[in-house]
Design a protein around this ligand. Structure first.
Ligand code: COA
Length: 238
């Protein structure tokens, strides 16, 4: 059974043994397989300047083995879009506490395109939406290859381009801002056949977050505000 774990500076110690295999896997996948040679390092680990204490990782773990992952970096910190690819965003630079930048999504080759259960990439896309909604984010910025766009469209991720695609090292790459909202999370859960939050927050009891609902239970009746001035109150204000 695959579990998706949230790993941040607050619980990194508990996942210490996973980090070396994680960075080695990234090297194997991005440098050796995808041939992104700018990321090459002689020590066989793919680590960059955005792997700081502030980065949050989703680790997909199955039977004690890391089989997929994703990285989220607060946009108030230096990130790929702000430092390496600023020209891809022709709008206002994104530097907001309610937006994290996603990068380094991967699934190990032998677990890609699975049909026996939820696909691992879909689990990760659902899990990061759960993370964002739980912690009050309103969006994710991403620098991505354009082949992601139809995939996002199919699974209901709402991606807004921030500029036109450009050819970089033979790849068509663009910057997008993706909405983070509960409706998208709910729809993703339906697509992959789960009915409740799935993230593992081991050692993160102190993190300020909202627990998302069990979708198999009837939604609680909405309490009608007595005065009509009480409207537009949301947890994800932009
Ligand atoms: N170029 C173009 N399309 C790609 C692609 C690439 N490098 N990698 C995946 N795709 C698209 C294709 O449409 C592919 O369909 P195909 O089977 O007709 O080729 C589809 O995604 C399915 O991809 P697949 O790799 O079979 O499995 P998946 O959906 O389970 O996993 C990834 C998708 C991206 C998570 C996985 O391919 C991966 O880990 N890749 C390496 C890491 C990576 O490149 N991450 C993205 C940048 S951070």
């Amino acid at each position: 059974m695959s579990e998706i774990h949230v790993v941040s500076k607050d619980n990194r110690q508990l996942y210490k043994s996973y980090f070396d295999p994680y960075f080695r896997l990234r090297h194997e996948i991005y440098v050796k397989q995808r041939k992104w040679m700018a990321l090459d390092r002689p020590d066989g680990r793919e680590i960059d300047q955005f792997d700081t204490d502030e980065a949050v990782y989703l680790f997909c773990i199955d039977g004690g083995r890391l089989i997929g992952g994703m990285r989220a970096v607060p946009t108030v910190m230096p990130n790929l879009m702000s430092e390496i690819f600023p020209y891809l965003n022709i709008r206002e630079p994104i530097q907001r506490p309610d937006v994290y930048e996603l990068s380094r999504i991967f699934v190990i080759p032998e677990r890609r395109g699975e049909h026996a259960g939820p696909r691992i990439d879909m689990l990760l896309l659902t899990a990061i939406m759960e993370y964002g909604v739980s912690t009050g984010l309103s969006g994710f910025s991403i620098v991505l290859e354009s082949w992601w766009l139809p995939r996002f469209e199919r699974c209901g991720w709402k991606a807004h381009p921030l500029g036109l695609p450009q050819m970089i090292d033979g790849m068509s790459v663009l910057a997008v801002l993706v909405d983070c909202d509960e409706a998208t999370w709910t729809s993703l859960c339906g697509q992959i056949g789960i009915s409740k939050p799935t993230l593992t927050w081991r050692g993160l009891a102190g993190v300020n977050r909202r627990t998302l609902p069990d979708l198999s239970l009837p939604a609680p009746l909405a309490v009608q505000p007595v005065q009509s001035t009480l409207h537009g109150v949301g947890h994800c204000a932009t």
